[in-house]
Design a protein around this ligand. Structure first.
Ligand code: GLC
Length: 773
């Protein structure tokens, strides 16, 4: 696989004739069937097939396709020219289809000025993606590239492939998905001269989306807004089911924690330092000689269950790593069993394909086969029952070490590697998810995976793999998070502070402040690197790190509700500012983002910066969470503070928080503080629907959920709040209103109420609030 070589359009034959009656197109010397199917919501499926060229398969990822519809916004003309019409009936995109052997390409002309976003996980340092050529092929970055390529600039492709592109043409958003697990590629027009050293590095003036093999299945989704587009797209590929609340807590990991003793030491340190921490993670060290599903008994003298029970006293859970590679060792029960049942991938000679991973020679379960997934589930079930709460699946790119993976075949040696390289990890996620469900049918599983594909959103959170403790990785983590969020993988995060290398005090603080609300938050470190647990840093840094972990737990009801809403609607947790606001130029911001609709972060990412500029969008003032000031929208200057970070809250926002300052893992969702942010002499209204459930089981889906509807209306600072418990399946919700602002009068459900003055600390000094109990 060449990462940096792309098929060129001149080597393709484009369709010359299209018979719309028979649906046949001719391209070069071959004839294909071609169709455009229209589905509800302006979702279109363009399919070109010819069983002699491509097997009929989109791999393991299933789409939830909306019903057929008659809308004809996307039309195929005489030579199968695809035209997508915009609001005013003018073409937004016109595209031609071409083939070159097994490769295929859609070549689009754009009907106006275009900007690009999405592309799933890319470690590029900008949100906007004009002028890129990129491939989608899951890689083990540290294994497949030389250090010089990933030390401190983008290496591409990374671990996780989601071949989806968002084009904003004029003011309308269009999504393009290549539903094909084969290696795919994209090229966006653009003129970023800084990336053009020689002329041929300039990208095409056309937009190109193509595949190196596999049946071409292109999905075209019309927004027109980014929010509408994202919802449609997320529902097509699958929303993320509501995760267990504990998975949204803080997680502590390190390559080097071995077992019981280390876990108890961590438990004690987090408890003594009053730092919440839900997940304690085990890397390879807990295994017996890198054998998966074999826990070294020396590391757990009384068994995993005993340790799990001790940790449960403080509400902590153990999350171990599992790799797909099974040690190739006759006599090892997992190998013997898999061998006997014939579940491992084969090579061209028909024997088991062998790669070189942690244990040395390894074989790989063929996750594309139901039989192998079933087999894997059994081991996961046993593993979960032994005391592990969740699981971290790694190296599923699949990494085969220095061995060329192209010899790793699927379906008993009959299907080429390229056909499933990109969705191998999806099969592993499915099987692991099901294994946990088998062990604990009523509990929502939690899985973290390194690689993934279209539809991984249904099973797994994704972390962005091996990053480094440097400024490049901190900076690029923001555009990466934004683009993953709008590409259908909302549950993700980067290793906090960087996995490789020794983090400096300043970088650790900046990283924590930037990402303390990341959808997934795990502090992980390579072996041999500096200790990085929050309490390993000397004061005053330790208290700053702790403050932000506690603030995450304070905001847990907000985060959890964002996930609940995501499952229902499809909106991501992290959002670019242009998801909610139309101001010009917002897509040039690579260091600002929203968490949900109401929290805006503009963290410090440059080394030693004392101040930075912040764009506050829209027309209403923003609340500065550090100072309590209300700031008019526009360009502002934020000054660096030891404890504070630039974080702003939208006018009229209602944000549910836990009461007080959380010092442990408690997540009381029913007793909630509803913080209302009202600017001085505010006239306006606002609405929020707050959900509470048990945070762990599926009972919420069968009615065991309570929903509180909150409506707020203000006239010149006189506030009326109305609440209604619209669902009570999880009992009563007891709200306390905490008002940031100075209301003249407050009426709650029609009655005037007593107001109490108090103080609340968010990112800076204690702020005065008015409490309505
Ligand atoms: C890979 C993972 C990393 C893990 C290491 C050892 O590099 O990406 O997170 O610590 O393997 O298992």
């Amino acid at each position: 696989m060449y990462f940096n070589k792309y098929p060129h359009r001149a080597n393709f034959s484009f369709v010359e004739t299209f018979d719309s009656e028979s649906g046949q197109v001719t391209a070069g010397r071959r004839v294909f069937s071609a169709s455009v199917a229209s589905h509800e919501g302006d979702v279109y499926h363009v399919r070109v097939s010819n069983p002699e060229v491509w097997a009929e398969s989109c791999g393991l990822s299933q789409l939830d396709v909306p019903r057929r519809a008659n809308r004809q916004r996307l039309k195929a003309g005489d030579d199968f020219e695809l035209t997508l019409l915009g609001k005013d009936g003018k073409p937004l995109l016109t595209g031609r289809f071409g083939v070159s052997g097994e490769a295929s390409m859609f070549l689009f002309e754009l009907g106006g000025e275009a900007r690009f976003y999405g592309m799933g996980e890319k470690l590029f340092n900008s949100v906007e993606l004009s002028g890129y050529r990129t491939k989608f092929w899951n890689t083990d970055v540290w294994g497949d590239f030389h250090f010089g390529q990933w030390g401190d600039h983008p290496s591409d492709p990374p671990y996780f492939s989601l071949p989806y592109l968002i084009a904003k043409i004029g003011e309308e958003y269009v999504g393009l998905l290549l539903h094909n697990p084969y290696p795919t590629f994209m090229e966006t027009p653009g003129t970023d001269e800084s990336r053009v050293f020689v002329e041929w590095q300039r990208t095409s003036e056309n937009l190109i989306l193509g595949s190196e093999g596999g049946e071409p299945n292109l999905w075209v989704i019309y927004g027109p807004s980014l929010k509408e587009l994202t919802r449609k797209f997320q529902n097509l590929i699958g929303t993320t089911p509501l995760p267990p609340a504990w998975s949204l807590g803080y997680h502590q990991s390190r390559w080097g924690y071995g077992g019981h003793d280390d876990l108890m030491r961590l438990d004690e340190a987090f408890t003594n330092n009053k730092i919440p921490c839900d997940g304690l993670w085990l890397d390879l060290d807990y295994m017996d000689g890198f054998r998966i599903f074999e826990t070294n008994p020396k590391n757990f003298p009384e068994g995993v269950q005993a340790t799990a029970e001790s940790l449960a006293k403080h509400d902590r859970r153990i999350v171990p790593i599992i790799d797909p590679g099974v040690k190739y060792e006759p006599g090892y029960r997992v190998y013997d069993d898999g061998h006997q049942q014939g579940v491992f991938c084969r090579n061209q000679e028909g024997s088991e394909f062998v790669g070189l991973v942690w244990p040395g020679e390894t074989v790989f379960p063929d996750f594309t086969e139901p039989k192998a997934r079933e087999w894997w589930q059994g081991y996961v079930q046993e593993f979960a029952e032994s005391g592990f709460a969740a699981c971290w699946i790694d190296m599923n790119d699949p990494s085969t070490g220095p061995v060329d993976p192209s010899g790793m075949l699927f379906a008993n040696g009959t299907v080429p590697h390229a056909a499933h390289h990109n969705d191998y990890s999806l099969g592993m996620q499915q099987a692991t998810f099901e294994g946990f469900k088998r062990a604990r049918p009523h509990e929502r599983p939690f899985i973290l995976s390194r690689s993934g594909f279209i539809g991984s959103s249904r099973y797994s959170a994704i972390w962005t793999g091996d990053n480094l403790a440097n400024r490049f990785y901190l900076k690029s983590s923001i555009p990466t998070s934004i683009n993953m969020s709008i590409s259908g993988q909302p549950f993700h995060g980067a290793d906090l502070g960087g996995f490789g290398g020794d983090v400096t005090d300043e970088l650790m603080t900046d990283w924590m402040k930037a990402h303390f609300l990341s959808p997934f938050l795990r502090n992980h470190a390579n072996r041999g690197t500096r200790d990085k647990e929050p309490y390993a840093f000397a004061e005053p840094l330790m208290s700053v790190l702790r403050r932000y972990i506690r603030l995450r737990y304070k905001l847990m009801p907000y985060l959890y509700n964002l996930f609940a809403l995501h499952e229902e609607e499809g909106d991501p947790i992290v959002r670019p500012l242009f998801y909610e606001f139309d101001d010009a130029g917002l897509d040039k911001l690579n260091d600002q983002f929203l968490v949900g609709p109401s929290i805006l972060q503009a963290p410090f990412v440059e080394e030693g910066a004392k101040k930075r500029s912040v764009i506050l969008p829209g027309t209403e003032p923003w609340f500065d969470a550090a100072t309590g000031e209300w700031l008019e929208p526009g360009t502002r200057t934020a000054r660096a503070g030891k404890e504070s970070t630039p974080l702003y809250i939208r006018s009229g926002a209602i944000i549910p928080m836990q009461p007080g300052t959380p010092t442990d893992n408690r997540k009381e969702l029913r007793e909630v503080n509803l913080h209302l942010f009202m600017p001085p002499a505010w006239s306006g209204d606002s609405w929020y629907e707050y959900r509470a459930d048990d945070g762990i089981s599926y009972a919420y889906a069968n009615g065991a959920r309570s929903v509180l509807d909150i409506r707020v209306a203000a006239v010149d600072g006189n506030l009326a709040i109305a609440t209604e418990l619209t669902e009570d399946g999880f009992g009563k919700i007891v709200p306390t209103f905490v008002i940031h602002g100075d209301p003249k009068t407050v009426r709650l459900n029609g009655a005037e109420v007593r107001l109490e003055k108090n103080k609340v600390t968010l990112t800076g000094k204690p702020l005065p609030v008015t409490v309505v109990g």
